[in-house]
Design a protein around this ligand. Structure first.
Ligand code: BG6
Length: 479
């Protein structure tokens, strides 16, 4: 049922995500008058706070995490906030929570960002408190399980109270403007689509590199690792957007139908098509940083880096490797997709001594959005000693092309879509399950072959085996 919620209930309201992303995003939407005047926001968490204390807490978070120039509407925004403390395991508490939420005129949107073991009691509590009716939708933040089985348990619990049409699974990469632009690049231009297949593309690379380390997420990260923290969700969503067939229409069903077909076409891979690593002390931007084991305070087999040679068993992509890599404490923060085209079928320049280099499309997702197409051009001259050709870039810096519109946080878009009920940028259950299925296969083969992460020095591009993974196919990682 379509409705725009006039109540938003934020679980985990005093957590890190709320402070860094959710409260700043909501404040920005408020300042830009993108949410209705009557939207009330109720925060809930364990901490015993009242409305006034929560507003103070929110003000401090906004002052810390929001640029001063975007804090214009802060004072009036804080008036929208209310708070009810809750122990998610205590069923009696949900009645008080429901009383605090009150009866929305139009509907309620719930944003659930909670530890995986609290999903089930929370859903049970919401049912008990009467917070699951037809005019309620729920957004779920990762981690949604640690395997296909545990993710199904969570999905089943949620499905017991909400139909799929009212479940909004969040992958914040889909909220990034630059990720959405992949659809525009592919399907609003005639140029690329005829070439977007195994006949013309040699391979694809996707890199999500981070400079940060463990940060303060010891409890979560060491139990997850790079494969489950980044590949299972963000990396596979990028892959699906790059590899999917053109949907017939821009809507949640059509786009997600096409993505899930890609995810189901992922081939189960051999352990020698993956490389895992864990950072040791090193330096990033000239600053010394500790190793993962030092940050953790103990030894661990958790991978902080993973590189994978993935394959899609379908007509379009047969024989085209997708090289994926992601890691923490790499030399720079960079998310990038490289489409490496095949060579021209016959070079007319070979007889004149000139080499042609195959075209390459580099789609920079973050920190800056740049699209670069490398083309061959003739070096000017009279060519007495032969023709010389050279690669020249056709460069588009999106920041220059769209200097007007301001850059928004991914969560601004996602929260607004949750409030208004547009599921296009949220992950459907069948997608999540296909993602987990593939990841579980990799983890099972690591366990079977006793794969342990190799060390790499912080500030480098992962273990040398990650370089060998592509070099043995004659491919260089794009750096
Ligand atoms: C999160 C991961 O989902 O994404 C983090 O849990 C990671 O480990 C983060 O740092 C990266 O997001 P972004 O938007 O900074 O690329």
């Amino acid at each position: 049922m379509s409705f725009t919620a006039d109540r938003l209930l934020l679980f985990g309201a005093t957590g890190d995500l709320a402070q860094r992303m959710l409260l700043p995003s909501l404040c920005a939407l408020h300042a830009d008058k993108l949410v209705a005047e009557n939207l009330e926001i109720v925060g809930t968490a364990r901490q015993p706070l009242d409305d006034a204390a929560f507003r103070n807490f929110a003000r401090e978070a906004l002052e810390k995490f929001m640029p001063a120039e975007r804090r214009g509407g802060m004072a009036t925004f804080l008036n929208r906030l209310h708070y009810q403390s809750l122990d998610a395991n205590d069923m009696a508490g949900y009645e008080a929570l429901a009383a605090k939420v009150g009866t929305p005129e139009q509907g309620l949107a719930i944003f659930l960002s909670t530890a995986p073991n609290l999903f089930e009691p929370t859903i049970a509590g919401l049912s008990r408190g009467g917070l699951t009716g037809e005019k309620v939708r729920i957004g779920l933040e990762k981690p949604l399980g640690t395997s296909l089985e545990t993710s199904c348990e969570i999905n089943d619990a949620v499905a017991g109270a909400f139909p799929e049409a009212r479940i909004f699974r969040i992958d914040h990469y889909l909220g990034k403007e630059t990720v959405q632009n992949l659809l525009a690049l592919r399907f609003a231009n005639i140029l690329f689509e005829p070439l977007w297949n195994a006949a013309h593309i040699d391979h694809v690379q996707i890199t999500i590199a981070e400079t940060v380390g463990l940060e303060s997420r010891v409890g979560y990260y060491d139990g997850a690792g790079a494969l489950r923290d980044m590949v299972q969700n963000h990396m596979l969503q990028l892959l699906a957007l790059v590899a999917m067939e053109p949907p017939a229409i821009f809507n949640a069903t059509a786009i997600r139908d096409e993505k899930v077909k890609v995810l189901r076409a992922l081939r189960l891979i051999d352990p020698d098509e993956t490389v895992t690593g864990q950072y040791r002390k090193g330096a990033i931007n000239g600053q010394p940083v500790p190793g993962y084991d030092d940050e953790l305070g103990q030894d661990s087999d958790t991978e902080t880096f993973v590189a994978i040679k993935a394959h899609l068993d379908n007509w379009r992509w047969k024989g085209v490797p997708f090289y994926l890599r992601t890691g923490k404490r790499l030399p720079e923060r960079k998310t990038e997709i490289v489409i490496q085209f095949r060579p021209v079928p016959h070079s007319i320049f070979a007889s004149r001594g000139a080499l042609t280099v195959p075209n390459r499309l580099v789609i920079g997702i973050q920190p800056e959005e740049n699209i670069t197409l490398s083309l061959m051009a003739k070096v000017p001259g009279l060519d007495r000693a032969g023709i010389r050709l050279r690669e020249v870039p056709l460069d588009i810096a999106m920041a220059d092309a769209f200097a007007g519109p301001m850059k928004r946080i991914a969560y601004e878009r996602l929260l607004l879509d949750l409030i208004e009920g547009d599921q296009t940028l949220f992950v459907r259950r069948d997608e999540v399950e296909a993602q987990w299925d593939w990841i579980d296969g990799i983890r099972a083969s690591w366990a079977e072959h006793g794969v342990r992460p190799k060390n790499y020095t912080a500030g480098t591009w992962g273990p040398s085996a990650a370089i060998a993974l592509t070099e043995r196919d004659g491919v260089h990682w794009h750096e």
